[in-house]
Design a protein around this ligand. Structure first.
Ligand code: IPE
Ligand code: IPE
Ligand code: MG
Length: 245
């Protein structure tokens, strides 16, 4: 049995990013509508967040809605936006109790007003919490983010706030929406798909990638621990040889 006791607490990642995938297929297996899969996925979010808190992970980024997801049927998009609002409303007390700090990345101004308002409220109310940082990627895609960063860098060079010869990797990182966050050491994708679907392309340059067949609504603490244990058993060489480490 996989358990928390198998985790080396001195070597947990600072930042874990999850592509929460498989809600639609999970619902289909139950003979239900796709939206039922999304609502059922909220329990998996609670599990991942609790598990992260228990082992001392500082940042948990969840890919909840991509730029490309706007192309889904309008009913599904609306259901996802409503779910975001109701989930923040329902979970806010529990976030406070657990000292979770809510943040968000993505093109937030493209979300419906009610989502933006609820999200803003959640972010402000939890801003002082010092537990896990739950970072939601909403209307997010990496190419959107990198393009936006290019524009802002160009503008700052134009305005002479930045010299082109000053631009280095950490400057580029600081212009991304994840500017305040360390890169994720571990990226998890559920549902068996082995792709990154426009998620954190810059930030995962040296992340360990973990793919599981578990569909997101079935994802439980044990599945999270399993990913952490596998992460801890990987050798991260960063281009060096094993002997150099
Ligand atoms: C992930 O599940 C949730 C979102 C992308 C919003 P999917 O809705 O992609 O589920 P599948 O991949 O179709 O099973
Ligand atoms: C990625 O899942 C986006 C989120 C989990 C929010 P998708 O289901 O949208 O990705 P593709 O279409 O399989 O690449
Ligand atoms: Mg999917």
């Amino acid at each position: 049995m996989i358990g928390k006791d198998q985790i080396d607490l001195a070597n947990v990642p600072n930042h874990v990013a999850i592509i929460m995938d498989g809600n639609g297929r999970w619902a289909k297996q139950q003979g239900e509508l796709r939206t039922f899969g999304h609502t059922s996925g909220v329990e998996a979010v609670r599990e991942a967040l609790t598990a992260a808190g228990e082992i001392g992970i500082k940042h948990l980024t969840l890919y909840a809605f991509s730029t490309e997801n706007w192309n889904r049927p309008v009913e599904e998009v609306n259901a996802l936006m409503d779910l975001l609002v109701s989930t923040i409303m329902n979970e806010i007390d529990s976030l406070q109790e657990n000292k979770v700090k809510l943040t968000a990345i993505g093109n937030i101004s493209s979300l419906p007003d009610q989502c933006q308002n609820e999200l803003q409220k959640g972010i402000e109310e939890t801003a002082e919490n010092d537990g896990v940082n739950l970072n939601l990627a909403l209307s997010y895609s990496s190419r959107w983010e990198i393009t936006k960063a290019f524009k802002e860098i160009a503008k700052d060079v134009e305005l002479k706030n930045l010299r082109s010869d000053e631009i280095n990797e950490s400057i580029v990182s600081s212009y991304l929406t994840t500017g305040d966050l360390p890169d994720p050491e571990l990226m998890i994708r559920t549902s068996g798909e082995k792709r990154v679907s426009n998620f954190m392309l810059w930030q995962i340059a040296y992340s360990e990638l973990y793919f599981t067949d578990v569909l997101w609504p079935d994802f439980r603490k044990e599945d999270f621990y399993k990913a952490i244990i596998e992460f801890q058993n990987r050798e991260r060489r960063f281009g060096k040889t094993s002997e150099q480490k």
